[in-house]
Design a protein. Structure first.
Length: 341
């Protein structure tokens, strides 16, 4: 990215402050009739400045550019052949050009320069190739991204197991939704499960893991308030995908709390599967002693589709003359600078 920014700033300066500079725009064509962007050329002294600008939905994947002072011909004496820029039959060998750049991530604009001091003052023959790509319609796989809003926002199938409290507010399933809010409040901010109880929770879209077992994929916040220090609470966590539930982890909190004190536990799941879209999770209370009290549940990654990538070869086209083509059996084009001025 630094290379791109420096090149773009330099290109802009050349076009704005050097007297007599000849800046010419050429179409960048996919196939023989599809414009995907513009190539700007500007020769100043011994330097050729160039700028690729690609139109959405296309992006730049690769750039190949070279300049000579002779038009390409299928002749072994031709400078394009002796320099190794074309085959014996006159087809361009873009990987042998002077400028060869690959981009990851892809770019929509790229600027740089080429030394042309040895070419003299004659018109330049410039071959400017680009590999441009756009997103297709077919889903090839699934990846992950950080979630926009990580907290559970809805529930279903809440089962109040065998409660160990007569306080009815503890068994309101809405209290475990949205952001964690129990650390400084203690009561009436969490949902108790009761032994044998469970709840299904939903997020804003499907969730998944990131494939890194050193970073948490799922965080379950439990609050204990006004308990004995030897109380133990435990859960099993399941993820629903491909039509079934799968166990993804267990958590046990055994520190309890003391009278009038709120403790917050964050139980983390590190191994949510990656490459699949988890529709919901289910939390099951697994002990017969005390309720597990869910304050909130946070999913750190959302599942996103990865679409196929459609890539096309593109060339700068000399529209002044309807396109100058290489002599080989191809549609590749070159431009004459500055004949279009």
């Amino acid at each position: 990215m630094k290379k791109f920014l420096v090149g773009f700033i330099l290109f802009s300066m050349v076009f704005s402050v050097i007297p007599g500079a000849v800046a010419i725009d050429y179409d960048i064509i996919v196939g023989q009739n599809g414009k995907v962007g513009t190539l700007a050329l500007n020769a100043v002294g011994d330097t050729l400045y160039f700028n690729y600008a690609i139109n959405s939905p296309w992006e730049l994947c690769e750039v190949h550019l070279t300049a000579l002072n002779e038009v390409p011909e299928a002749d072994k004496e031709n400078i394009w052949f002796t320099k190794g820029y074309i085959t014996k039959t006159g087809n361009p060998k873009v990987g042998q050009f002077e400028i060869n750049e690959e981009f990851d991530p892809y770019l929509t604009e790229y600027s740089s320069s080429l030394n042309i001091g040895e070419l003299g003052n004659s018109n330049l023959t410039i071959a400017a190739h680009a590999l441009v790509c756009r997103q297709g319609d077919e889903i090839m796989d699934y990846g992950y991204e950080p979630t926009d809003y990580p907290w559970a926002i809805n529930y279903s199938n809440y089962i109040n197991g065998s409660p160990d409290s007569t306080e009815s507010w503890r068994y309101d399933p809405l209290l475990c939704l949205e952001e964690s809010d129990s650390s400084n409040q203690g009561t009436k901010t969490f949902t108790s499960l009761g032994y044998g109880g469970s709840i299904e929770l939903y997020f804003d879209g499907s969730i998944c893991g990131d494939g890194d077992n050193s970073t948490p994929d799922l965080e379950i916040y439990e609050v204990t308030y006004n308990q004995n220090t030897n109380w133990v609470e435990s859960i099993g966590i399941e993820a629903y995908y491909n039509g079934n539930y799968y166990l993804v982890g267990n958590a046990t909190n055994n520190l309890g709390s003391t009278t009038g004190v709120t403790n917050m536990f964050i139980n983390c799941i590190y191994d949510l599967p990656s490459g699949v879209c988890i529709e919901k999770i289910r939390i099951n209370d697994t002990l017969s002693t005390h309720d597990y009290d869910i304050d909130a549940v946070k999913a750190n990654y959302k599942c996103v589709p990865i679409y196929n990538c459609i890539c096309e070869s593109a060339w700068a086209n000399d529209t002044c003359f309807g396109g100058e083509t290489f002599p080989g059996n191809n549609w590749a084009t070159y431009v004459i600078y500055p004949e279009c001025d």
